[in-house]
Design a protein around this ligand. Sequence first.
Ligand code: UT7
Length: 355
Amino acid sequence: MIRTKIAGIGKYLPKKVVKNQDLEKVMETSDEWIQERTGIQERRYGRKHEETTTTMGARAAELAIERAGIQKEDVDFIIFATLSPDYYFPGCGVLVQRELGITNTEVGALDIRNQCSGFVYGLSIADQFIKSGMYKNILLIGAEMHSMGLDFTTRGRNVTVIFGDGAGAVVLQPTEKEGQGILSTKLHSDGTYAEKLAFINPGCHGGYHTKHQEEEVDYGYPDVEYGEMFVTQHMMDNAQLFPDMEGQFVFKMAVQKFPEVIMETLQDAGLQPTDINMMVPHQANLRISQFVQKRMGLRDDQVWNNIQKYGNTTAASVPIALCEAWEAGAVKDGDLVSLAAFGSGFTWGAALLRW
Ligand code: UT7
């Protein structure tokens, strides 16, 4: 039976460390508030004008490719997950192909926009391609350069203090080794709450979706004109070009959906929470991870958390954390690994695999 295995994994974290105390200097926040509510102590920011989502993704990919023991030219499909792409279009998939110097046009490149669950969605997509025999070396990247698009005033503090930059990547290959590989993936979405965690502008919505809001919302298009569909002066004047989140609502949904979807994958594989050797949750908030850990009845050594050092790196958080766990020897051959994510959309999902 053909399954999909992670043949190589890599991560890239930019060097610039931004501590909570650094954010205290530019907005009304405190190290105490951030640590108490999120567990975050510091995060990384990419170098302006030198690093991008694509370049960080490429650095993580190079390591994953090397560790998989293949050459760049062996990659036959690229999947890139991010919410902070270099360009509005084209996506980072083709940009990373160029950055890596892959000139083979037989390679396909796919961009996925599933925010926090982007990597888990990508894993599930890659799994289908590998099992069907269509591809043999899929490069899956999750990368984010949040720092270029955050509101560094007090107005944006509930979102800005959480996010960090970074990238993670895996090379996925077929395996016929008994028991090894991806055992189950489960994906979900609920568009009802699309605006609860969103970066709405720039877009082509023209204010249309206000009809889904309970209260009247200003979407930045008081008198929209053709040609003004992306950015209006109104948006710039009213700081409507930043991400927005209703934190408590998202938190409540997250702590419900994480355990549910993890259990679905376990049931699919006929396994129990106690069988998990390592759970690597999306690093959204340390309090969410701790809640999920408790709900699943897992010990501290069965859960990998690194949000304290890197903040929430959205599509990059699962592969960065998984890579770190593997590098630390906390994920070994034969281990049962549970990956799960929940975020904007809402979209959420989980993957269960034997390393
Ligand atoms: O990765 C994608 C999925 N995302 C998540 O899962 C995030 C889920 N949500 C959360 O993690 C939490 O809701 C947050 C960490 C974002 C916020 O924590 P909270 O305990 O829900 O705080 P809150 O939004 O209810 O705000 C409480 C207070 C407010 O002040 P008042 O109205 O009580 O006076 C905020 O203005 O804290 C204030 N506040 C801050 N204070 C200092 C909000 N952000 C900050 C800040 N520093 N950075």
